[in-house]
Design a protein. Sequence first.
Length: 166
Amino acid sequence: MHLDPRILRAAALGVVLLVVYGSRMTKGSVTKTPEGLVFGIKPLIAWVRIIILPVLILFVVYVMTTHIHTAPWWLYLAFFAAIAFILAQMPGTITLTSIGITQRFWFRPSKTIQYNEIMAIQTSQGGRITRVLGDNRVQITHTSNHCAAEEFRQELEHRTGKRVTA
């Protein structure tokens, strides 16, 4: 089976545009658990990663195995290292507990800041990114991939008594 590169390019561009604009339009919602308020990744972002990442891997493996010239071993290694890097950079789930804020990741250690240790709450990129800075040199970041940015800032202001700065 031969795949037409023009169709693949158009489909990939369409998916990228859908994800970029769709992720900005969707807000997501906060989940209330016994542990506290949970700000996870937006469902659209999670599904894109679940679907697109395996498709990308299969596409690259398909191209590398059907191409007339064999690819050097380091190219395979670089590709899978890039995939591992992307997975390691995934934003962690943020939880506002009764005593502090935690951020848990899949492949990195968790971060925790107690409410009384929060030095500043900063926003950037028009409010899409919120950084919580602790006096213990820990920084927790709520990105545009997380749910409910405005609710996150309001709840932090309420729990800490600090104002969000731009």
